[in-house]
Design a protein. Structure first.
Length: 325
């Protein structure tokens, strides 16, 4: 009997010593185990059910607000400004537009003071002039660059094939010595250093030595102009210069960023159209014309990705304003 009591006391002392040793090793007391009772499980179940219900109601609310925003966005109508010099086709289109608007709620239309109509000067339609699509923005920016180069905008807008770049120096074509040719071209390039021509629009060596159309001079991406002119002269049957111009001016391969500022926002100067940083290249354009980018491919790609992120932020901000209005 005494042996049994001694053995049990020894076991208890061993257990206590192991617990003390483990607590010293871990430097922290053992965690207390939490017991989940039936009432606790039921409480957790009810809390999770209430949370899911709140999430469901929030999704329904956001969906209804988006639908309401889309419905009200299309009803923001402005008065049509009547013009006297409409052609028969334009007048018929305007009449059909007025008939469509008449089907809307009349409370949404702003009243038009027709008594003072005759006293107003014949100004252009402000609402129509505010519409600027992507190709129009490209042409507007290129015409602005033409003015900064001192070119005649009417000549640029004509888009005739015979309009050779004024940077081309035909007198250098007779120079057969390669070193003399490079030296003469460098001397001509140095004359543009102290001029008012923007840096990214100043001619490259290829623009001086190789005849090309003046439309390429308006793109403020020097390495793209350089390689496009060289490839069109060296491999005219492989490199399609006309396809490049269509991708730039019609298909939206390059996008010019001209950010507008709203009332109440801080005014910041955006990049002008003659600055290379204000131009974005579409992903398909980068892939199709990668031979024109060369070592600057990563630089142009990062710049374009940055503008794409800005576009996504602006779109999300506009959507948020519509949903909260």
């Amino acid at each position: 009997m005494s042996d049994t009591i001694k053995g049990s006391s020894a076991n208890e002392n061993d257990t206590v010593s192991r617990k003390r040793t483990s607590s010293r090793d871990g430097d922290a007391p053992p965690a207390k185990r939490r017991v989940l009772t039936t009432a606790r499980r039921e409480q957790n179940r009810q809390a999770q059910k209430a949370y899911r219900e709140r999430q469901k109601q929030e999704r329904i609310r956001l969906k209804q607000e988006r639908a309401q925003a889309k419905a009200t966005c299309g009803q923001r109508l402005r008065p049509l400004l009547k013009r006297e010099d409409l052609s028969p086709v334009d007048s018929s289109e305007q009449q059909s537009s007025i008939e469509e608007i008449s089907l809307c709620d009349e409370s949404l239309l702003e009243p038009i003071d027709t008594s003072a109509k005759k006293l107003e000067p014949n100004f252009p339609d402000l609402y129509m002039n505010m519409l600027q699509f992507s190709p129009a923005a490209i042409f507007t920016s290129c015409l602005t660059n033409a003015l900064s180069l001192g070119l005649d905008p009417s000549v640029i807008a004509n888009c005739s094939v015979e309009h050779i770049s004024p940077f081309y120096q035909p007198n250098l074509s007779s120079t057969l010595n390669h070193a003399a040719l490079i030296q003469a071209g460098s001397n001509i390039l140095s004359t543009f250093d102290n001029t008012s021509i923007p840096i990214h629009l100043r001619p490259t060596m290829a623009q001086i030595l190789i005849p090309h159309h003046t439309s390429l001079d308006l793109i403020p991406i020097p390495f793209l102009r350089e390689r496009a002119i060289m490839l069109s002269a060296a491999m005219p049957h492989v490199f399609n210069n006309w396809e490049l111009k269509l991708d730039i001016y019609e298909r939206g391969g390059l996008t010019i960023w001209r950010l507008k500022h709203e009332k109440g926002e801080s005014v910041r100067d955006t990049y002008p159209p003659w600055d290379m940083k204000s131009w974005e290249a579409a992903p398909w354009f980068m892939k199709k014309w990668c031979m024109l980018m060369g070592r600057e491919y990563d630089k142009m790609r990062n710049q374009s990705v940055g503008w794409q992120i800005v576009r996504d932020l602006i779109s999300s901000r506009d959507i948020q304003r519509l949903t909260t209005s």
